[in-house]
Design a protein around this ligand. Structure first.
Ligand SMILES: Cc1cc2nc3c(=O)[nH]c(=O)nc-3n(C[C@H](O)[C@H](O)[C@H](O)COP(=O)(O)O)c2cc1C
Length: 354
């Protein structure tokens, strides 16, 4: 029996190890969640890019092979009204790339598909009652939040500042994910929006721990046992790791994507808004170099992604990642190419000093 220094999250979520696999939309499905869950951590299924039918399929896949706790993750941004002027400006910026690939810049593209939590997602939560639901970009509307709570699940959400953590506690979250600026993927910010003032994990976690009564889960830049021990020393009750699982055999990324992550160094990620309209950390590639990292021509989240989609497909068909978001955190070099079970096993053994 392994003794963890803090039992609060283990008990709250009913897991063996206080290691949460970060939900990572676009790069994983049920397989990664299942492998982590079976290894004693919390497996997560990101739902932001899934249609309700696909959500049900993936959840059923988890449920058919695993009886224990798992996490369903949702975005809960307020979708902005479509702004045709901004879209036109963005398309004009991208025109040269459309030409390079022989694509028609005037062709209509399907709308971006990052859906916020809605009535259908709420029904799915009520139907499957996962042990845990986590949110990114705040919390959903009160009436849905009340229904999620009533279905008996534990609610987590990301905070990038002390103020956000206090807001989430007041709204009834069971624990806070303190997401430092080292983290890969989108900043979970919903009150704070200034990219320049994002707080790092080492500074954020103890300040959030001091400001709230509920347990805090440290996230961002934690790549191995040293990071996990540090998070506990800062007062966290658990950790959430994303990049550490990116090269796991169960992720669904292409070979070219995998290769780009494999060769990324500590100083080769950046916070950029050009892929979706919201700041997110990813490996620097051609589009970021040429248009970013931050551009004021970008339509609001998630609309930026729609005009980029044909470019991304055309480039990916040629094995290029120049137009793909390569979300990853600053500790990506610590990621190992092993199965998720091996990753969890190694993390646990190393923390215990075995
Ligand atoms: C590829 C990728 C995709 C992500 N997608 C999501 C997501 O769908 N939902 C979410 O809550 N967080 C998402 N995140 C952020 C993670 O929850 C977490 O904050 C981050 O991975 C922690 O930092 P680390 O990557 O340094 O471990 C994503 C992160 C990555 C790397």
């Amino acid at each position: 029996m392994i003794h963890w220094p803090d039992q609060r999250i283990i008990q709250l979520l009913g897991i063996e190890h206080p290691i949460l696999q970060a939900p990572m939309a676009g790069v994983q499905g049920a397989d990664l969640a299942l492998a982590v869950a079976r290894s004693g951590g919390l497996g997560s299924l990101p739902c932001a890019l899934l249609t309700p039918d696909r959500m049900r399929e993936e959840i059923q896949r988890i449920r058919s092979q695993w009886n224990g706790p798992f996490n369903l993750n949702f975005f809960c941004h307020q979708p902005p009204a479509y702004d045709s002027e901004k879209d036109k400006r963005w398309r004009a910026v991208l025109q040269k790339y459309y030409r390079e690939f022989g694509l028609d810049p005037e062709a209509r593209t399907p709308a971006a598909t990052r859906n916020p939590f809605d009535e259908e997602s709420c029904r799915i939560v009520e139907e499957f009652k996962p042990a845990v639901v986590s949110f990114h970009f705040g919390l959903p509307d009160e009436r849905w939040l009340a229904r999620v709570k009533a279905s008996g699940v534990r609610i987590l959400s990301s905070a990038t500042t002390v103020e956000e953590a206090q807001w989430l506690e007041k709204k009834g979250c069971d624990a806070i994910i303190a997401q430092g600026s080292e983290a890969g993927g989108h900043r979970g910010s919903f009150l704070a929006r200034d990219v320049a003032s994002q707080v790092g994990t080492l500074a954020l976690v103890p300040q959030v721990v001091d400001a709230v009564k509920i347990p805090v889960i440290a996230s961002g830049g934690i790549g191995d046992a040293r990071g996990i021990r540090a998070a506990f020393a800062l007062g966290a009750a658990a950790v959430q790791l994303g990049s550490a699982f990116l090269l796991a055999t169960e992720t669904t990324i292409s070979n070219a994507h995998r290769q780009a992550l494999r060769s990324a160094q500590d100083d080769q990620t950046v916070l950029t808004n050009i892929f979706t309209g919201r700041p997110a950390r990813g490996v620097i590639n051609r589009l970021i170099r040429e248009l970013g990292p931050i551009s004021h021509d970008v339509p609001e989240f998630p609309h930026a992604a729609a005009a980029l989609a044909p470019l991304r497909s055309a480039a990916e068909a040629k094995g290029q990642t120049d137009f793909s978001p390569l979300w990853a955190g600053q500790a990506i070099r610590l990621a190992r190419e092993e199965s998720a079970a091996e990753i969890v096993k190694r993390l646990v053994a190393d923390v215990q000093g075995k």
